[in-house]
Design a protein around this ligand. Structure first.
Ligand code: GLY
Length: 357
């Protein structure tokens, strides 16, 4: 673009590169966050208390890069039959088949990898890591992802546990009609007798920052339970289910994947931190943006409370390069929603901020 055309373009759009933020209000560019003085921190969804502990130790004791530490950390949840939202034991799709989604991203290289709808492979996050490291692609889907994993030495195994199969059968028996636009539940039943939750789901996201200021992240899930075969949520989508930028920090999402996709939520959290938000402000900003979008989307009208707050669950997690971190959930009472943190003080659960209390 010549200088003249560029000037005309800026006049026509009313834009000024110095003063207009793509994210809304006019801002001046704040300084990038410094890497601060910290020894690193790892955060995850509340189901990842072991995850954050493992990831933190791998970073601090073995100097493992943050993305790989996060992937090793989530492996315990992927292998846990009692977590019915991730990996082995995850609730299946509407035909009773467990289909998993995962993605990962490495801050220093800005490389990413992901797999969608992969079957029979317990650790999709590790397959996503191989896609990131050993191919120039970003996403492998379905049969291709499964074969890629097997070619790299992963074992194919049945991931549907007896307990998950019973919950699925119960859901199927109760299903009276096409419920594909049903207002969705957002919690995984701890007990099969609670399986009338229409479509429970969970996920694990893990973001990690090391003492050198490098970030990495991953998200892994069995996705929305009883989903239409082939449905993918946000978890395998870079920018939706997770995203990091080594200049700024790392973010991820759990909950209603469609909402994280529509808002490009994880990237938006990182970009809000670039614009000067704290991690908590950034997560809350995106949740409120999602609520506005849900109010406009006609097919989401059944998913709104009378006050316009979404009745679906969505949580964002964020770490900024200076070592600050936070998580925020869409709704609930203060203190009702937690996330996991590990740093030099050990692993613990902390409260999420709430967008609509
Ligand atoms: N956030 C997980 C999913 O919607 O599949």
């Amino acid at each position: 673009m010549t200088d003249l055309t560029r000037r005309k373009f800026l006049q026509a759009t009313g834009a000024s590169l110095a003063t207009t933020s793509l994210l809304g209000a006019a801002t001046s560019t704040p300084p990038l966050p410094s890497s601060g003085n910290h020894e690193g921190v790892v955060i995850s969804s509340a189901n990842g208390i072991e995850t954050v502990n493992i990831a933190y130790q791998l970073m601090s004791e073995q100097n493992m890069r943050p993305v790989s530490a996060a992937i090793r950390g989530v492996a315990v949840v992927e292998a846990d039959p009692n977590d019915m939202s991730v990996g082995y034991g995850g609730l299946p799709n509407e035909r009773g088949v467990v289909q998993l989604d995962s993605s990962c991203m490495d801050g220093p290289t800005h490389n990413a990898g992901s797999v969608s709808c992969i079957e029979d492979i317990m650790h999709p996050a590790q397959v996503a890591e191989l896609v990131m490291d050993r191919t120039d692609h970003i996403n492998l889907v379905g049969q291709g992802a499964r074969q890629f994993a097997i070619d790299h030495g992963f074992k194919a195994e049945d991931l549907l546990t007896e307990r998950a199969r019973e919950i699925w059968l119960k859901w199927r028996a109760k299903r009276t009609d096409d419920d594909r636009l049903w207002p969705l539940g957002d919690t995984v039943p701890a007990d099969p007798s609670l399986a009338d939750e229409p479509r429970p789901w969970g996920t694990i996201h893990c973001s990690a920052l090391n003492g050198a200021g490098d970030v990495g992240c991953c998200t892994t899930t069995s996705g929305l339970s009883f989903k239409i075969p082939g449905r993918i949520g946000d978890s395998p989508l870079v920018g939706a289910g997770m995203y990091c930028d080594n200049e700024i920090g790392s973010a991820g999402a759990t909950g209603r994947g469609e909402a994280a996709i529509m808002s490009c939520g994880s990237m938006l959290v990182v970009e809000r931190m670039r614009a000067g938000d704290s991690p908590e402000q950034a997560c809350l900003y995106v949740l409120k943006r999602v609520a506005q979008q849900a109010q406009r989307a006609s097919k989401w009208q059944p998913m709104l409370y009378k006050d316009g707050a979404p009745n679906f669950g969505l949580t964002f997690y964020a770490i900024r390069k200076d070592g600050t971190y936070a998580s925020a959930s869409m709704r609930g009472k203060p203190g009702s929603s937690k996330f996991a943190v590990a740093d030099k003080n050990g692993a613990r659960l902390e409260d999420c901020a709430i967008a609509f209390a």
